[in-house]
Design a binder for this molecule. Structure first.
Ligand code: UT7
Length: 335
């Protein structure tokens, strides 16, 4: 009998209505549509403007779409994992708020903080609960309200990020579909090149941390770029090699959407053409933990049972990794 794997059986998403275009940003900081598009591939991002709504709101909406599509009730969920670096608050975990919003009274939950690799790390963790037989319905959500930590006077970061949420349901599969393999890495030696210094136990909020703008995301773009190109390409090539996959075997690369040039380098290293790469950075920018499930949501209708997907990400920490997923259903035909 085939071993039990964690199959993705439904995908959901949420994107706020408001758009922040490159033309809007040209009025806010010294930048240009030409610079942003040529250096990143981004044209616009979505922003959650309502100040009373935060990450749990977007995560809940994405989760509700998953439940609707799969035709199950919130009571059936066993576990809810939320990957985010923009939780509604330090504690309780965003997962607690989401389970309450959903009415997932039989589920437990927790958050994972792994920046842009958050969804991959949460997927890998959630899969273990299915493979072990402990649970049969695990909801994995990637959600970030990046606009809450972006400094809109800093042109080097404010053009990059957007808000959004994506979610998948994991269920047991014994027919060879699901998360086949994953590789995860962390290296904290360069933590300071992508971080938010203020608000934690090292630099609790104070007039001085506010004055020093420490409650905003900080990024040194060039060193992160260099590590991201190598990290994402290496780990994607590694997972293909470990699983005897050639470029022809891969139906889609599902990359974290931080920079079109990083994605391009990864695809070239994998030996696949750009028509086999899920790309929505142009429309949403970098939504941190949400990028990969947002891609899956956008491409769901096009996916076929048995398709080989390589998911890959690199982000703050540094954190990076890849997952090999064999897709479990045709289009919107949820099993
Ligand atoms: O998702 C988590 C992981 N994050 C990433 O993977 C992001 C990795 N980094 C990047 O994607 C790129 O480094 C950026 C898109 C952030 C920056 O692109 P770059 O080609 O590395 O530019 P740079 O930082 O080396 O800056 C080049 C120039 C600088 O001017 P000088 O010093 O050469 O005069 C910047 O000040 O571009 C300038 N610049 C801008 N100019 C217009 C930086 N931001 C902007 C801007 N508009 N928004």
């Amino acid at each position: 009998m085939e071993q039990v794997r964690a199959a993705i059986t439904a995908v959901g998403h949420f994107l706020p209505e408001d758009r922040l275009t490159n033309a809007d940003l040209e009025k806010m900081v010294e930048t240009s549509d030409e610079w942003i598009q040529s250096r990143t591939g981004i044209k616009e991002r979505r922003i959650l403007k309502d100040p009373t709504k935060a990450t749990s709101f977007m995560a809940t909406n994405a989760a509700q779409e998953v439940l609707r599509k799969r035709g199950i009730s919130a009571e059936e969920l066993d576990l809810v994992i939320v990957a985010t670096v923009t939780p509604d608050m330090f504690f309780p975990a965003t997962a607690c708020l989401v389970t309450a919003n959903l009415g997932a009274v039989n589920a437990w939950g927790y958050d994972i903080s792994a920046a842009c690799s958050g969804f991959l790390f949460a997927l890998s963790t959630g899969a273990r609960f299915i493979e072990s037989g402990k649970h049969t319905k695990v909801l994995v959500i990637g959600a970030d309200k990046m606009s809450s930590i972006v400094d809109y006077t800093d042109r080097t970061t404010c053009v990059l990020f957007g808000d959004g949420a994506g979610a998948v349901l994991l269920e047991p599969d014994s027919s060879g579909h699901g998360v086949i393999d994953s590789i995860e890495h962390t290296d904290g030696t360069q933590w300071s090149s992508l971080c938010m210094l203020g608000g934690g136990s090292l630099n609790p909020p104070s007039a001085a941390t506010l004055e020093a703008r420490m409650h905003y995301l900080h990024q040194e773009g060039a060193p992160v770029f260099k590590s991201a190109v190598k990290g994402m390409a290496d780990v994607s090539a590694q997972i293909m090699e470990d699983n005897n996959l050639s470029g022809d075997d891969v139906r889609y690369l599902v990359p974290h959407q931080a920079n079109l040039r990083i994605i391009d380098a990864t695809a070239r290293r994998m030996g696949i053409s750009m028509d086999k790469v899920m790309l929505n950075i142009e429309r949403y920018g970098n939504t941190t933990a949400a990028t990969i499930p947002l891609c899956l949501a956008d491409w769901e209708a096009d996916l076929k049972k048995g398709d080989n997907l390589v998911l890959a990400a690199f982000g703050g920490g540094f954190t990076w990794g890849a997952a090999y997923v064999k897709w479990a259903y045709d289009g919107s035909n949820h099993v």
